[in-house]
Design a protein around this ligand. Structure first.
Ligand code: DAK
Length: 263
C-alpha cells in the first residue's frame, strides 16, 4: 500500500491502521491536497480491504481533530473550484462509509464544520474531554457541504441538528455525548487511541464478513422505511448464510470452542 503522503499519515499496526490528518499549524484544516490524498488513500484501503480489520481517524497534535475546511484556500475558490472541492469532499465521506471494516473517529480538540462532518462519516466517534463540535458554516455565509445537513440530522434528530446548524454554536464533549454524537469520552488522546484499538481488536475477533455486512446493511437500510429496511436486512441475512464464516461460527458454538475466522 502506498503510504507516502504529505498532509496525511497512514500507519499500519497489525490488522489496524491509524490515519492522521497532519496540518497541525492550520489545526488540520481540510484543503484540496488533504482531500486528494484522503481520496487516494481510502481508495487503496478499499481495494486492499482483506489486509485490514479496522481504521482509526484522528488529527495531529492535541488542539484539533479537524478545524473545518481550509477557509484561507476556500476564500479564493471560483464557483467551479468550490463545486469540485465539495464533490471530492463528499466522495471522501462516502469512502469512509464504503470501507468494509469499522472506522472509529478519535476526536481530540476542535471538530468544526468539515471536521465534524468527517467524524460523522466514520462508524462512531470517541472523543477526549477537550473535544469541541460544531457546524459554524452559517457564520461564514455557507452551509455544511460535506454531508452535515444530512448526517447530523440522522444522528441526533432533525430539530437538534437545526438548532446547531442555524446557531453555528460549538458544543463541548458532554453535550455531544448527551446528544448521541459521541459514543465514549476519554481523559487523554493516548487513552482514547488505546481504547479504539481495544474496541477494534474485540470487533476483529468476530467474523469480518458479518461485521462488514452489518455495516453495509445499517448504512443502506437505516434511512429507509422500516419495511424497506427489513427487506435489505433479510436480503443480506440470506446472502451470508452458508458462507465459510457462518459455518465456522455456528460449528464453533456447537463444538463449545472459540470461532477462528482467520482461515
Ligand atoms: N482553515 C484555515 N486555517 C485555519 C482554520 C480553518 N478552518 N482554523 C484554524 N486555522 C488556522 C488559523 O488561521 C491559525 O493560523 P495562523 O494565524 O497561525 O497562520 C491557526 O490555524 C491557529 O488558529 P487560531 O489562532 O485561530 O487558534 P484559536 O485557538 O484562537 O482558535 C478555532 C481556534 C478553531 C476556534 C479558530 O481557529 C476557528 O474558529 N477556526 C475556524 C473554524 C471554522 O469556522 N471551521 C469551519 C470552516 S467552514 C462546501 C463543503 C464543505 C464546507 C463548505 C463548503 N462546499 C459545498 C463548497 C465546509 C466548510 C467549513 O468547514
Amino acid at each position: 500500500m502506498n503510504t507516502k503522503f504529505e498532509t496525511i499519515q497512514l500507519e499500519q499496526k497489525g490488522d489496524f491502521a491509524v490515519l492522521t490528518i497532519s496540518r497541525e499549524k492550520s489545526l488540520n484544516a481540510l484543503n484540496l491536497q488533504v482531500h486528494t490524498e484522503l481520496h487516494a488513500c481510502l481508495s487503496t484501503l478499499k481495494n486492499n480491504a482483506d489486509k485490514l480489520r479496522g481504521l482509526i481517524l484522528t488529527g495531529a497534535g492535541e488542539k484539533a481533530f479537524i478545524a473545518g475546511a481550509d477557509i484561507v484556500e476556500m476564500s479564493k475558490m471560483s464557483s467551479q473550484e468550490a463545486f469540485d472541492f465539495a464533490t471530492l469532499g463528499q466522495q471522501v465521506s462516502l469512502l469512509f462509509e464504503e470501507l468494509p471494516f469499522p472506522v472509529i473517529a478519535c476526536v481530540n480538540g476542535f471538530a468544526l464544520g468539515g471536521g465534524c462532518e468527517m467524524a460523522m462519516s466514520c462508524d462512531f466517534i470517541y472523543a477526549t474531554q477537550t473535544a469541541m463540535f460544531g457546524q459554524p458554516e452559517v457564520k461564514l455565509g455557507l452551509i455544511p457541504g460535506f454531508g452535515g445537513t444530512q448526517r447530523l440530522a440522522k444522528l441526533i434528530g432533525r430539530n437538534k441538528a437545526k438548532e446547531l446548524i442555524f446557531t453555528g454554536r460549538n458544543i463541548k464533549v458532554e453535550e455531544a455525548k448527551e446528544m448521541g454524537l459521541v459514543v465514549k469520552t476519554f481523559e487523554t488522546k493516548d487513552e482514547m487511541l488505546a481504547a479504539a484499538v481495544t474496541t477494534l481488536t474485540k470487533i476483529g475477533m468476530n467474523s469480518p464478513l458479518a461485521v462488514s455486512v452489518a455495516k453495509r446493511v445499517m448504512n443502506e437500510g437505516c434511512d429507509l422505511t422500516i419495511e424497506d429496511g427489513l427487506k435489505v436486512e433479510a436480503k443480506y441475512f440470506g446472502e451470508i448464510f452458508g458462507t465459510a464464516d457462518m459455518i465456522e461460527g455456528t460449528t464453533a458454538f456447537l463444538e463449545k470452542r472459540k470461532a477462528n475466522f482467520n482461515n
